[in-house]
Write a protein that binds this ligand. Sequence first.
Ligand SMILES: Cc1ncc(COP(=O)(O)O)c(C=O)c1O
Length: 350
Amino acid sequence: MYDEILSSIGRTPLVKLSRVFGDCDFRLFAKLEGFNPGGSIKDRAAMNIINRALEAGVIGPNTTIIESSSGNMGIGLAQVCAYHKMRFICVIDPKTTQANIQILRAYGAEIDYVSEPDPVTGEFLKARIDRVRQLIDTIPDSYCPDQYSNPDNFRAHYQTMAEITSELNGDVDFLFCATSTCGTMRGCSEYVHDRELKTNIIAVDAVGSVIFGGRSAKRLIPGHGAAVRPKLHRPDLTARCVHVTDLECVVGCRRLVREEAILAGGSSGAVLMAIEHLKSELPPGSSCVAIFPDRGERYLDTIYSDRWVAANLGQICETCAEWSSYFTPALTVEPAIAASFNLACLEHAK
Ligand SMILES: Cc1ncc(COP(=O)(O)O)c(C=O)c1O
């Protein structure tokens, strides 16, 4: 029994996945962060940031919290602020899904909508950050948690790694971790480093993200990846990084639900496909943990919609014979919609 809803954040289930890589000799466990009450791993960071700031007297019950987020962090903060009865303004842009806006509103968050990108860079991220600054400057007693630079974001994940380590008695050879603010990866890897544990941290990033170098490019699956390298990033603690395409995320998600009956979000599919990339290198008998950051319900209109996939990521060609089994054949789609599809399979058009 929990005294209040925020106490139920964390201690998420660790589930053995014995089917999806059934022909491999490593053991795989998934940490299901979608079991947090706000639906994602971001509940941990949101609660830690707000509670530490309250304890330190940086904020009080009358403070207005203002953050730019189009997804899970906004929802995590909305939940924590609702519990503490604090005003929360979430700065969003046109990429925010209707479902997420409805969830934010249901928690009592105020929505501040940025409709135009920054005129110089053409990016919404810059426009949203500027809007947060403007609100902070004009609203008295206001505070921005700034998940991209706040150390209480990554410190929340000492607990995440402590839970994983304790459940497996320290026997974790590889931890696969999706990255955006790098809070999860940094918290888990500092925990491992400080205790001299044997775990190798494998970062999972999006193709088109700049966290591990390279140029920023269009990405459609939210969650992992960043257009600007986050201040929390500590590359010295990561053994390796695997980049995953949007289409691979979709395939990973669909494979997870088919093989393990786990309906997970896009970055979980990315993590699964990163393991697919490295599976031949994982030593027999090694013990691997995959962090699955959220659930699939928020992605029903995108990742789990054949129409959306075909319209946005292209048709799956015959070369992807294995992958095509995860999608409805094109001919079963209404002709009007099929006509608007990009019929090239992006995986092989490169
Ligand atoms: C679904 C999902 N996956 C992965 C991440 C990346 O986590 P982090 O910001 O801790 O790097 C996030 C962050 O918002 C997320 O929402």
